[in-house]
Design a protein around this ligand. Structure first.
Ligand SMILES: [Zn+2]
Ligand SMILES: [Zn+2]
Length: 301
């Protein structure tokens, strides 16, 4: 059992650590918290901290989608190296957030190229300057606008920009033959999403972006999303995406009704659930509520 799930399942406290023998404790502390799940013979996901990493072990090189953080990216690189002697060819960032790009630096001198939407690069640069973290960045050296495609042996890889959503630079990354799409943070499976209005996020546009994507990809496409609630999977299907799409519709509708009723922003933010979307529970409801409130007031101006 991985350390993370061990902590989850036993609600381990410092007190209970005292009951472990020294040897067990050493093994426990040395056991990294990551998990790898193979989806096909040569594609898998790596989860530890931050956005889900998807990787393909190609015949001529490795493709990695998203990079989490510098330390967890090192774990991912080490685990992939155990599976293949091929070089790292391409690293893709689904978008600029630190839990997807801070680990880029671990691929310095390892990955041949880094690819992202042009706004992802722009947002990464702006955030690094703002947070004074420029030295810790490794930026994409390849960007695209609406679509990017390339063949990798038998696989065809395509990136699509279907519009604004979680930011204004989110890609859908499609491994066409495997029929697997990484959605980045365009989907939060049964978990309240972060809506980054400072980087161009818009809930109304997000709904359209998900409509574009789900009508473009096949009904049986397998999706990998950036984040999921505790107990929910990051490997999802079209129905899960449509459920999240409807959650976003419900967030906007609920917000509009509350504004129309004359509720104050302060009282509105006291809500603990979204009517019509009982699957979304837990922390972080303030994020969509604040974003929807501000978005609807911006539209009135
Ligand atoms: Zn994320
Ligand atoms: Zn994000």
């Amino acid at each position: 059992m991985q350390r993370r799930s061990f902590i989850k399942s036993t609600a381990l406290t410092l007190g209970s650590l005292a009951f472990l023998s020294r040897k067990t404790l050493a093994a426990f502390l040395a056991d990294p918290a990551f998990e790898i799940e193979m989806l096909t013979q040569n594609m898998g996901i790596f989860t530890e901290r931050g956005g889900t990493i998807l990787f393909m072990l190609g015949k001529k090189g490795i493709i990695v989608v998203d990079a989490q953080f510098p330390d967890t990216a090192q774990h991912c690189i080490a685990e992939i190296k155990k599976k293949t002697s091929q070089p790292f060819d391409l690293l893709i960032n689904t978008h600029h957030h630190g839990d997807h790009t801070a680990g880029n630096i671990a691929f310095k001198g390892i990955a041949s190229h880094i690819l992202a939407h042009k706004n992802s690069k722009k947002n990464q640069e702006a955030a690094a300057i703002k947070n004074k973290k420029e030295a810790a960045q490794l930026y994409p050296d390849m960007v695209y606008d609406t679509k990017w495609s390339s063949k990798y042996s038998k696989e065809k890889l395509s990136l699509h920009y279907f519009g604004r959503g979680h930011t204004d630079g989110d890609s859908f990354v499609h491994f066409e033959k495997a029929n697997i799409v990484h959605t980045g943070d365009l989907v939060f499976n049964r978990r309240h999403p972060f809506v980054d209005r400072s980087a161009g996020a818009n809930i109304g546009e997000w709904i359209k972006t998900l409509d574009n994507a789900t009508s473009f990809f096949k009904p049986d496409t397998v999706y990998v999303c950036g984040h999921a609630a505790e107990g929910s999977d990051v490997v999802i299907n079209k129905a899960d995406i449509l459920l999240f799409r409807n959650y976003l519709v419900n967030v906007l509708q609920f917000t509009k009704e509350s504004i129309d009723k004359g509720l104050s922003r302060e009282d509105f933010l006291k809500n603990t659930s979204i009517p019509g979307s009982p699957e979304w529970k837990g922390d972080g409801i303030n994020r969509p509520l604040e974003a929807a409130w501000d978005e609807l007031h911006e539209n009135v101006k």
